[in-house]
Ligand binder design. Structure first.
Ligand SMILES: [Mg+2]
Length: 229
C-alpha cells in the first residue's frame, strides 16, 4: 500500500499570481535582450528550460546562443524571484495544506515534487507559501531535465536510492493541473490525478484521461481515496 506521491507546484499547490512569470521574463530580457512573444504562449505544464528555449527560438535567437547563455538566465531569475515574490499574494489552493499534512504524517506515503520549476525556484515558491519544502523527500525538477516526460523515472529512481524500494505503476501518483502532468508518466503506467485549479478546466483535463479528476483538492478524503484505492 505504499505510495510515492508526486505533486506539481504551479496551478496545483499554489499560484504566485504572475510574479514568477514576470521574474522569468525579466531574466530572459537581461541576458538575451528579449523574452520572446508577449502573448500566446502558455507556461503551464512546461519546464523552465523548455519555456526559455521556446520563447527565445520564437524571438529568433539561435540555438547555440541559447545553450551558451541559459545558465546566466537562471542566475538572474532565482534571486529576482526570491526578492519579488510576495507571501501575501502567493495563494495556496484549497485542501493543499490539509492533504500534504495528512500525507506527511502517513507512514506509507512518500511525498515528492515533480515540477518544471528549477529546484531553487521550487524552494522559493514553497517558502513563500509557507509549505515545508523538506516534507517533499523526493524531487524531480526542470533543472534536472527540460522534458517533463523524463521526470517521473528520475523521481522513482531517487525514491529507490533513498528508501531502498522500487515504486512502480499505480504506486506512483502524479498530481497536476495540466494535460502535460497527466501525460508525463503515461509510459510508466502511473496513477494520475488531475486538478482544475490551474488554467485548464475540468472538461479539458477529462479529455486527456486522468485516473481521477477533481475541481480542487478541497475534498481531502476523496483525494486520499484516489491515492490509496
Ligand atoms: Mg502546473
Amino acid at each position: 500500500m505504499r505510495r510515492l506521491i508526486l505533486f506539481d507546484i504551479d496551478g496545483t499547490l499554489l499560484t504566485t499570481d504572475g510574479v514568477a512569470g514576470r521574474a522569468f521574463r525579466a531574466a530572459l530580457e537581461t541576458v538575451f535582450g528579449t523574452s520572446g512573444p508577449a502573448r500566446g504562449y502558455s507556461f503551464a505544464g512546461k519546464t523552465d528550460p523548455q519555456i526559455a528555449r521556446d520563447l527565445l527560438l520564437a524571438a529568433g535567437v539561435e540555438e547555440p546562443t541559447i545553450d551558451a547563455r541559459l545558465p546566466q538566465v537562471w542566475q538572474h531569475y532565482t534571486p529576482v524571484l526570491e526578492r519579488d515574490i510576495d507571501p501575501a499574494a502567493t495563494k495556496v489552493f484549497p485542501g493543499v495544506r490539509e492533504l500534504t499534512a495528512m500525507l506527511h504524517e502517513h507512514p506509507d506515503a512518500i511525498l515528492g515534487l515533480l515540477t518544471g520549476n528549477l529546484r531553487e525556484g521550487a524552494r522559493i515558491k514553497l517558502a513563500a507559501a509557507d509549505i515545508d519544502f523538506n516534507w517533499f523527500q523526493v524531487g524531480a525538477f526542470g533543472s534536472d531535465h527540460a522534458q517533463r516526460r523524463e521526470l517521473p523515472a528520475l523521481a522513482i529512481n531517487r525514491a529507490e536510492e533513498r528508501f531502498g524500494r522500487r515504486f512502480e505503476g499505480k504506486d506512483v501518483v502524479i498530481i497536476g493541473d495540466t494535460p502535460l502532468d497527466v501525460a508525463c508518466g503515461e509510459h510508466l503506467g502511473v496513477r494520475t490525478i488531475a486538478v482544475a485549479t490551474g488554467t485548464y478546466s475540468e472538461d479539458q483535463l477529462r479529455e486527456c484521461g486522468p485516473d481521477y479528476l477533481f475541481a480542487s483538492l478541497a475534498d481531502t478524503q476523496a483525494v486520499w481515496r484516489a491515492i490509496f484505492d
